[in-house]
Write a protein that binds this ligand. Structure first.
Ligand SMILES: [Zn+2]
Length: 180
């Protein structure tokens, strides 16, 4: 009897230990999975790069560029919203962006001009999407104009009500257009 009890106790102990082990193991696996996912999220976030030095232009939730009004020496930093179709900009109060004025944008890292030489009034930066795919992003250098062209290989996405003004630069099929 004593022997039976001992066996039972040992069996129970083994069962408890195994269950405990499995639940600890499953929690650990879940935590590891979450860490990996989080890491991938960080790695695979959308990045914006300078077209010349390929330095990262996005900091926290903004794309940071240096800007100056055309034919004006006063320069300032402009924080652009990285969400395509969102044209809100943030600047220091001492450097106000005036609607309708054209701005020269430069990379804050290498100081290269980002305004396109090929396409007048447009500015080009590079986007790496969450899948690692590279695109050219063109937006208007004229403040207040809502226009973004996202071009990668044969893919093109056009956003913004003012983008039609620049259609002549690109051959834009109607289905690639978004009026935001
Ligand atoms: Zn640069």
């Amino acid at each position: 009897m004593e022997c039976f009890c001992l066996t039972l106790a040992l069996k129970l102990e083994k069962l408890i230990f195994e269950n405990l082990y499995h639940s600890v193991e499953s929690v650990t696996n879940k935590v590891i999975e979450q860490i990996i996912n989080k890491k991938q999220e960080v790695i695979m976030a959308v990045e914006y790069l300078c077209k010349v030095c390929r330095g990262n232009l996005n900091v926290k939730t903004s794309i940071v560029l240096a800007a100056s009004k055309m034919n004006c020496s006063k320069r300032g930093l402009v924080f652009l919203n990285p969400e395509i179709g969102n044209y809100t900009t943030t600047t220091h109060p001492s450097f106000q962006i005036k609607e309708g004025e054209e701005y020269i944008y430069t990379c804050p890292i290498c100081h290269s001009q980002l305004n396109s030489l090929k396409y007048k009034h447009l500015v080009r930066i590079i986007m790496i999407d969450d899948k690692g795919k590279e695109f050219d992003i063109y937006f208007s250098g004229i403040a207040g104009e809502k226009c973004t062209f996202k071009i990668g290989g044969t893919e093109m996405e056009v956003t913004g009500s003012d983008s039609e003004r620049y259609d002549r630069y690109f051959d834009v099929p109607e289905e690639d257009r978004k009026y935001l």
